[in-house]
Write a protein that binds this ligand. Structure first.
Ligand SMILES: C[S@@+](CC[C@H](N)C(=O)[O-])C[C@H]1O[C@@H](n2cnc3c(N)ncnc32)[C@H](O)[C@@H]1O
Length: 275
């Protein structure tokens, strides 16, 4: 399969619309959790219909599967925008891959789906919103994204992923690194620096042909500094800070990056693409 089949801008509506799970609809839409949270966190969630209207204003090529466009939501709440973005991206994956029949096409499609997931970043100051699992905040943004990914996989690739499936574990690895608890304001209430610049970020480079991914580490501070240098007039004193290459390997081994690095067993840490 050639890059151009999925690399070209996404054009038109998807031929098969992915019927996303209630994660997108959030069952009954709860826009406010409590008056205390509105007061302390400014927490009022955006209704799904408004999220959709806003995303529909974007040019269609932002949904192209490869190379996937990056989205960062700096106050993501429990993920209303993130799940809608992922759903649109996954619809575009199906639209871009002509017919999914043989094993290689399934691998390509699956890699594009993971690439879609990995192109979405979110930060929120409230662990309840990101991680969930507490009374009144049972499902956080990470879990909602995983649910969308796993429903899509079952529906579109006809394979329900069990909890120990390496692809689902890799998807989990991605959301745990992309959707973070953090303060996106530069200062704490007492005037100390917030540590926003040190928020760790993982960057990815995907090779759908070989079902491979390279992983790099950087910080939000470095990403913001480099972006400012690109658009601003002031050149950086020491030049841009490049992300550090961590690992290259098969998508099904992504969740083992740390183990593989520690044991030096598998995957490649030199950044060379496979032949
Ligand atoms: C108005 S809600 C928006 C939530 C989500 N973006 C949506 O549209 O549904 C604002 C969110 O910002 C988060 N928040 C408040 N202060 C923050 C900060 N300093 N850094 C990061 N997130 C913050 C809150 O926890 C809350 O989830």
């Amino acid at each position: 399969m050639k890059n151009t089949q999925y690399g070209y801008p996404y054009l038109g509506e998807p031929r098969a619309k992915f019927a996303s799970s209630p994660s997108l609809e959030k069952m009954s839409e709860r826009l406010v959790k409590s008056t205390e949270r509105v007061r302390d966190l400014g927490e009022v969630f955006t209704p799904v219909a408004i999220v959709q209207d806003m995303l529909n204003l974007l040019p269609l090529d932002v949904w192209q599967p490869h190379p996937a466009r990056t989205f960062l939501e700096p106050a993501c709440g429990d993920g209303n925008f993130l799940v809608a973005i992922l759903t649109k991206k996954l619809e575009a994956v199906l639209n871009a891959v002509a017919v999914v029949t043989d094993h290689q096409q399934i691998e390509v499609t699956r890699t594009l789906a993971l690439e879609s997931l990995a192109s979405i970043y979110g930060v929120d100051i409230s662990p309840d919103n990101v991680i969930g699992g507490t009374p009144g905040h049972e499902i956080g943004a990470r879990e909602r994204l995983l649910q969308i990914f796993s429903d899509w996989h079952a529906e579109c690739l006809d394979e329900k992923l069990e909890s120990d499936n390496p692809i689902l574990l890799s998807a989990k690895w991605i959301v745990e690194r992309n959707i973070l608890v953090g303060n996106m304001l530069p200062f704490e209430v007492d005037g100390r620096q917030s540590g926003r610049a040190r928020i760790p970020l993982v960057e990815y480079s995907w090779n759908p042909e070989n079902a491979e991914v390279s992983v790099f580490i950087t910080t939000l501070g470095a990403v913001m500094e480099n972006a400012e240098a690109e658009v601003g007039d002031a050149p950086l004193l020491f030049g841009p800070t490049p992300p550090k290459h961590l690992w290259t390997g098969n998508i099904s081994e992504l969740y083992q990056v740390e183990t593989e690095r520690a044991t030096g067993k598998r995957g490649r840490t030199d950044g060379t693409p496979s032949s």
